[in-house]
Design a protein around this ligand. Structure first.
Ligand code: ATP
Ligand code: MG
Length: 194
């Protein structure tokens, strides 16, 4: 008998993709026995409208560069290819119905699930797996009422917002992001202010 694919989905803006994204994927893979983790780059992160952001090609490039060489991680461009707001429910509908899908979320994202488009359907279709994030208590996640698995991982206080600010201030972000991402940011002067 063929076993269903156990797929993790880790969606993000990835501006830039950083090491905690990779650690979250690895923790989920290891603790939940997943076959593959799809890093889904948000094409139009509608909840971030009004916040300055690298364009979707650049964010996609950083996703590809960030996961390259890791055999069970894959960069997934289905939201980048799709027009309109990137709703997770639409993304989930494009995966084979036979797959078992684990939605990997930082605690901030998990606490915000009820703000997502058709969020109950997202929760029905997937198993939500939550990575702890400094500043967000597990109670905030529990308060959504959605079932979830809490992955026992250390909280690491790194965010893309903070890394963009670091780079803009002329400080190094090397080793906060995978090296190929760091090189890409440098070569394209992605967060340079001058
Ligand atoms: P930004 O500051 O631009 O929002 P971010 O660091 O939050 O960037 P995203 O691309 O927004 O990164 O997040 C993608 C996913 O990774 C989300 O589920 C988010 O909660 C999770 N994530 C990102 N950084 C962390 C972290 N330090 N700890 C736990 N989860 C994280
Ligand atoms: Mg975020």
């Amino acid at each position: 008998m063929l076993c269903a694919v156990r797929r993790g989905i880790l969606g993000g803006t990835f501006d830039p993709l950083h090491v905690v994204h990779l650690m979250a994927g690895e923790a989920a893979r290891h603790l939940l026995g997943l076959d593959v983790i799809s890093f889904v780059t948000a094409g139009d992160p509608y909840q971030k409208h009004g916040i300055p952001m690298s364009n979707k090609q650049q964010r996609w490039d950083m996703t590809v560069l960030g996961v390259e060489g890791i055999e069970y991680f894959e960069a997934d461009d289905r939201e980048v290819q799709r027009l309109g707001p990137s709703y997770m429910i639409d993304t989930l509908d494009t995966f084979d119905a036979g797959e078992e899908i684990f939605l990997i979320l930082g605690a901030d994202a998990a606490a915000g699930l009820p703000t997502w488009h058709r969020w109950e359907e997202v929760v029905d279709r997937t198993t939500v797996a939550v990575i702890s994030r400094p500043g967000v208590a597990e109670e905030e996640v529990a308060a959504t009422g959605a079932p979830y698995i809490w992955l026992d991982t250390p909280g690491i206080p790194i965010s893309s917002t903070q890394l963009r600010a670091r780079a803009e201030a002329g400080r190094s972000i090397r080793f906060f992001v995978p090296d190929p991402v760091w090189r890409y940011v440098e070569e394209n002067k992605l967060y340079a202010t001058a």
